[in-house]
Design a protein around this ligand. Sequence first.
Ligand code: 3BY
Ligand code: FES
Ligand code: FE
Length: 424
Amino acid sequence: MNQHDLLNVRHASLNEAKTAMSDLLAKRPSNYSLDAPLYNDPHMFRVDMEEVFQKEWLFVGMTSEVPKKGDYITVEVGQNPVLVVRDGEGNVNAFHNTCSHRGSLICTEHRGKVANLVCPYHQWTYDLKGNLLFAGTEMNQDFDKGQHGLRPAFCKTAGGFIFVCLGKEAPEDGFDEFLETLETYMEPYDAENTKLAAESTMYERANWKLVLENNRECYHCSASHPELLNTLLEWDDTEDPRAPQDFLKHYAEQSAQWDAEGIPHKLKSFGEVQRNRIVRMPLKKDTKVMTIDGSLASNKMLGRIKNPELGSMRILHLPNSWSHMQSDHFIVFRVLPISAQESIVTTKWFVHKDAVEGVDYDPDNLRKVWDATNEQDKVLGERNQLGINSLGYRPGPYSETYEFGVINFLNWYSNTIQRNLKNK
Ligand code: 3BY
Ligand code: FES
Ligand code: FE
């Protein structure tokens, strides 16, 4: 496709965009970056929203953010406001955050606590399972409350993670198997007994896929992430062919201890082309966690953990999350698209629920490395977007050793879009 053809794509209607997208994806070389419209065209973006973000499982938050009955968080998946609330039985439920009366938002904050879900417009009131309890006294006599509950979204939790799916049906693709393993790998952390210690919300002028691509490789790390590289080893997993002898020795020593302590660490991957993966990676020798100097950030270790050197357990969930679980705190990342060239990246740091701010941990120290790293990655992503918008942009080749994670991500993306477009 030449640049003129690519520009024509910008004017296509949504259906034409779907056809154009299928064609672009079907003929793309899988080791090359995508054609520009897939990163910057508003119609293509709508297809991403319909076929990926409105159909696939998404990471939204952690169960410890809604520890008690009536605690809720809200999240915006494109134009879809979603609310996630803990009910009286301890279950976490997700609903479209839109009232069954005339559609107003119900929960207007990003987190809070309620007895029931009360719409601020005309006070229709729903219980924590989404049943309509009260619709004022003004409705007709034949009004059936049973027909007007909140619209649920699929919601699953495992190992403290909350996932939602806005589709008509929830895709499987190894997801339950991933959740079972997540439960096992997260057991030492007792994520339910953690608390949110710090949060950052970053607005980035970059397509969501550029944010993900950037995260899926460390090719850029040595030039851009001095703070992160105080502790992070650049290999993406312990089977990385680039890993040198001294890394393998360090890993052998650490993993022998982890095995003795019953701490899971082996690489597991699920679904198509590693849609989900979990692996524990050691951090650099003589460092414990991702702080500036590698020393612990909190005095209270998580869960049943005794060994401060648990490296970082990395959990990937395409399309929108990665994380770093360490001995004294963990960090989760969530990407949500706003438009073709805008995304929101949310980072949250969790510590033991009994750790006391200012006594056991200093939030500034806790977040310093990843605040710096996120800022650096934002600049990289935004520059990437600007260059891709140029008439001079042509898809370029990925390094198969350094950028295999990017190749996997785009293969997952491409397969998912093509499959979902066919299944409609
Ligand atoms: O967060 C990660 O998974 C790392 C850090 C930078 C690149 N990425 C592979
Ligand atoms: Fe919610 Fe009217 S829109 S009560
Ligand atoms: Fe980075």
